[in-house]
Design a protein around this ligand. Structure first.
Ligand SMILES: [Zn+2]
Length: 315
């Protein structure tokens, strides 16, 4: 019954979803998530590393740059070589899709799929279509998620990477559809799936169409799991809103990057609702691990190796 409803939701959304463009992002969690990484394509090469994040992403051209976390001067080359991790304080900057691919997959192994699925403007939200077009040109992406297949240390897997530069990787109809198709294909091919998650949550310009993606993608995750498929969720900064409330927390194994913001909605909203003071850092990866929502926090330098091993063990 539920599955039928989910199926129906999916096709309703698809019908309403494609063909036309759409507009801005919501960042579901009342402004929790603020900025994002720079990316470009999906071929595993970093083409626009300089635009990656609003903080350390703007690495400039100098030999040293200030770390936005510890404030100390760090060697630019060293920072980039470590895939944007501060060598002094360990702050993990956000990565664009090309940067993430370069840091994770075997060189040349990534094959992009479902690029033809693009955002539409089902509610005719003013300015959304233009915003999407501008972002497409700026980022080189057609949506906030890139999906495809790859190998990681020789182990084959389906891979999705979300890019917060694109409307804070909010979950529009096309984002949901690409993820669902990837889970379905992973099931057909008997492959595990790895999703690098970063999102501000729902996409307000698509209203209910965006919210439907929570059930739709969760349904696809469930079907993939019922078939014995492995799903590894990697939570990166920021993972918030309806994405946290759906597929981000449904991984068989849930990994997170150090210091990542992981939560549903903002502190003020929660405190106002439950009328209680919340502890410091209650939405950090570390706090979520202590509470049992995250299995392991893996520094970026060890992520490729960790994923490769997990995939090999489950092959
Ligand atoms: Zn630092």
């Amino acid at each position: 019954m539920i599955r039928d409803l989910l199926k129906k939701a999916r096709y309703t959304s698809v019908a309403a979803g494609h063909g036309r463009p759409a507009a801005g992002a919501d960042a579901g969690a009342d402004g929790l998530a603020k900025s994002a990484a720079g990316s470009d394509g999906s071929d595993g090469t970093v083409k626009s590393a300089g635009t990656a994040t609003k903080s350390a992403g703007s690495v400039g051209t100098g030999a040293t740059i200030p770390c936005p976390s510890c404030g100390k001067q760090i060697v630019r080359e060293e920072f980039l070589k470590a895939y944007k991790v501060c060598p002094l304080c360990g702050r993990h900057e956000r990565l664009s899709v090309p940067e993430r691919l370069q840091a994770t997959v075997d060189p040349g192994s990534f094959e992009s799929l479902f690029d033809e699925i693009c955002p539409t403007n089902p509610l005719h939200f003013p300015g959304y279509t233009q915003k999407i077009e501008t972002l497409k040109k700026k980022t080189g992406l057609s949506e906030a998620v890139v999906t495809g297949r790859c190998t990681i240390l020789g182990a084959a897997a389906m891979l999705a990477v979300m890019d917060s530069r694109f409307l804070m990787a909010s979950m529009g109809g096309a984002v949901g559809e690409k993820l669902v198709r990837l889970f379905e294909l992973a099931g057909k091919e008997g492959l595990p799936i790895v999703v690098f998650i970063a999102s501000g949550g729902a996409r307000m310009q698509e209203g209910i169409h965006s919210l439907m993606q929570m059930a739709k993608v969760s349904g696809a995750v469930g079907v993939h799991g019922d078939g014995g498929g492995l799903y590894i969720a990697v939570l990166t900064d920021p993972t918030t809103g309806g994405v946290t409330a759906s597929f981000a927390m449904l991984g068989d194994i849930i990994l997170a990057e150090p210091g990542a913001l992981i939560g549903f909605t903002g502190r003020r909203v929660i405190e106002g609702t439950i009328r209680q003071k919340l502890p410091d850092g209650f939405q950090s990866a570390e706090f979520q691990q202590d509470c049992g929502f995250v299995d392991s926090i893996v520094p970026r330098a060890r992520l490729r190796e960790t994923l490769g091993k997990l995939l090999a063990w489950h092959a």
